[in-house]
Write a protein that binds this ligand. Structure first.
Ligand code: SF4
Ligand code: SF4
Length: 107
């Protein structure tokens, strides 16, 4: 278990942007940038209004947005950029953390 001091240091490093995104988080950020330009799903759930308040998606943003998704699947069925489109947007597919919605084969 992490100590309070370790958690504080991690939070400070996160705020300074010193913790790099994983490959999976980079893929999540890529998809979020496309969704932010599209915004078709804006009224579907809490994820999209929260997403539109951001221009960049760091690790903390990705984890926050992940916790707003209840993985209902509505945005995948509505998405014109879902596979086989080359944008390959796949928001609600079950997958690895930190995003139960945005996933790809990349982890
Ligand atoms: S999931 Fe698809 S349709 Fe919905 S906002 Fe993102 S890109 Fe647009
Ligand atoms: S799968 Fe997640 S992001 Fe997509 S509409 Fe449902 S709650 Fe929102």
């Amino acid at each position: 278990m992490q100590t309070l001091q370790q958690l504080t240091q991690e939070a400070q490093a996160l705020a300074r942007g010193e913790i790099l995104l994983t490959a999976h988080e980079k893929e999540v950020a890529r998809q979020l940038h496309i969704c932010n330009g599209c915004r078709y799903c804006e009224g579907f759930c809490a994820v999209f209004p929260a997403m539109t308040r951001r221009l960049e998606f760091g690790k903390a943003d990705i984890h926050y947005l992940a916790n707003l998704c209840h993985n209902c699947g509505a945005c995948l069925h509505a998405c014109q950029y879902a596979p086989p489109h080359e944008f390959a947007i796949n928001v609600p597919t079950l997958g690895p953390k930190p995003w139960a919605g945005f996933t790809s084969a990349m982890v």
